[in-house]
Write a protein that binds this ligand. Structure first.
Ligand code: AHR
Length: 530
């Protein structure tokens, strides 16, 4: 909504005293206009057998000197729990369509060593041989399920559609979900240490089937999807299948896949929980995470804002076939992607030091998910540790959380709340062609009488003095958590793990309530409604 329209329609309706603005911006919260419940699964993560994500990042082995729970890095588990991770996707990514789940079950010392999907990419040419090139299969289905249990997340498996059969998929479900003692695969699971079924609900049917997952057309993939999903053992678990969806703005994929899928009947939509959308910003291997100009800061944040348009457009197309909008978007890979930091071992492909800029990318993206709560059923930041949009960096006994982690921790407070329409109005940023970058953006969720408002101010120099009004309510007991730094390149390293951390601020209640959002910041305001 434009500033003028907002002043005419929105603010006039808000039952707060008239605001005499020393403020240059306004935020109008409309509690009586719910968007939907924010699925906690929007705050999901993704881990792949890629670079240092699994080996060293998560799996250090039971005999390691690095403190661990059953071979899983202890510090990672302890810190990840604080994010309340609802769901974790595994084993890929592109790796998934080269992975045979049978290699990763049974006695660990007898598991085969295989060539990792990524081993032959030019990126790893100069890397030494190691688990990143030759997959030792020490971390398999049981270890992943243990990791999920330790951190309180639900597992989300990506199955292999390109190089295995529907029977293999069927039997992986059987391995995970058949009740104790009922099948040979349940017995194999028990030999691996877990007698009771994992009760896995979320299953991806392939990954990026338009590319590394088979190079199919939308039509071809729809036929494969029907073959893989037509008859899967359910046991007592309601399976939620996720179809490989579009790459960024490939609207033809969404249209052709759904048309072909439903050409005989709408039956195949029944088991389908979501359509996966993948979108990365950052320029992948062309840019550095820690070196960028002011213009590149704005361009990247603007690119992060493109997520809104992608969600809106794919959702509209989905509705042409799934007219009741039962099917949700599952953004199961997103984040800012740069080149591997030269100071990091090259086998730790796409490991680098996220900065304050990446915290803002996280905030902008998570706010978009909240504001589309009725459309987005799940999202998974790519990836959790040592890779791309990472929340953690680990190397041997060294470990740090990143600015991305802090944004996730601040935003966890939204999980399960009701997203309500919130109108942001601020003077334009005047950043040339970066039209997708709002001068102030955010989202608000209600949890009974408790409200959580998150706000991103991307301006590098200017604070935004903002009048905040809540239609029909008064607010009290404001608390603020702020993540910012005077240098936009600030990041945490193993030597300086606390270089960037949020600060808590008590905020005097005032009426009207005017808050100054610092330059280059992510802020969480919490307050109670009368
Ligand atoms: O997350 C890294 C890779 O990006 C994934 O393996 C693939 O699905 C995507 O192209």
């Amino acid at each position: 909504m434009q500033r003028r329209e907002f002043l005419l329609s929105g603010l006039a309706l808000i039952a707060a005293p008239r605001v005499s603005l020393a403020a240059s911006a306004t935020i109008g919260i409309l509690p009586d206009e719910p968007i939907g419940t924010i699925a906690p699964t929007i705050y999901g993560h993704f881990i792949e057998h890629l670079g240092g994500c699994i080996y060293d990042g998560i799996w250090v082995g039971e005999k390691s000197k690095i403190p661990n729970y059953n071979g899983i890095r202890k510090e990672l588990v302890d810190k990840l729990k604080l994010l309340k991770p609802p769901v974790i996707r595994w084993p890929g990514g592109c790796f998934a369509d080269s992975y045979n789940w049978r290699d990763g079950v049974g006695p660990r010392d007898r598991r085969p060593r295989r060539t990792n999907f990524w081993a032959n990419t030019p990126y790893l040419e100069k890397a030494p041989d190691g688990p990143q090139k030759y997959e030792p299969n020490e971390f398999g289905t049981n270890e992943f399920a243990t990791f999920c249990k330790l951190v309180g997340a639900e597992p989300y498996f990506a199955s292999n559609l390109r190089s295995l059969t529907p029977l293999d998929f069927y039997q992986w479900v059987e391995y995970c979900n058949s009740p104790a003692g009922t099948t040979s695969l349940a017995e194999l699971r028990a030999q691996g240490g877990t007698r009771d079924p994992f009760k896995v609900r979320y299953w991806g049917v392939g990954n990026e089937s338009w590319g590394c997952g088979g190079n199919f057309t939308g039509d071809e993939y729809a036929v494969e999807f029907r073959r893989f999903s037509e008859w899967i053992p359910k046991f007592d678990v309601e399976l939620a299948l996720i179809a490989s969806g579009p790459n960024v703005a490939d609207y033809a994929w969404t249209r052709t896949f759904l048309s072909k899928l439903t050409e005989k009947s709408k039956g195949p939509l029944r088991n389908l929980f979501g359509l996966a959308l993948h979108y990365y910003c950052g320029g992948a291997s062309k840019n550095k995470s820690t070196e960028f100009t002011e213009q590149q800061w704005y361009t990247l944040l603007s690119d992060a804002g493109y997520m809104q348009e992608l969600i809106q457009n794919h959702w509209q197309l989905m509705g042409e076939i799934d007219t009741e909008h039962k099917l949700k978007l599952v953004v199961d890979e997103w984040g800012a992607w740069y080149e591997t930091d030269p100071s990091i071992d090259p086998s730790y492909l796409w490991a680098y030091f996220p900065t304050l800029r990446d915290a803002l990318v996280s905030g902008i993206t998570l706010d978009i998910f909240n504001n589309n709560a009725e459309k987005v059923g799940m999202a998974n930041a790519a990836q959790l540790v040592n890779n791309i949009h990472t929340s953690f960096l680990a190397r041997g006994d060294r470990f740090t959380v990143t600015p991305t982690y802090h944004a996730f921790r601040m935003y966890a407070a939204h999980q399960g709340g009701t997203a309500v329409r919130t109108i942001f109005d601020a003077p334009s940023l005047q950043q040339g062609s970066n039209r997708r970058l709002s001068a102030l953006s955010g989202s608000c969720s209600l949890h009974g009488k408790h409200a959580v408002l998150t706000v991103v101010n991307p301006h590098i120099q200017n604070a935004q003095d903002t009048a905040i009004t809540i239609r029909g309510s008064r607010a009290s007991d404001f608390r603020a958590t702020v993540l910012t730094a005077s240098d936009i390149h600030t990041h945490n390293t193993f030597d300086q793990p606390h270089a960037l951390e949020p600060t808590e601020k008590s905020v005097p209640s005032a009426s009207p309530f005017v808050y100054s959002f610092p330059p280059a910041s992510v802020t969480r305001l919490e307050f109670d409604l009368a």
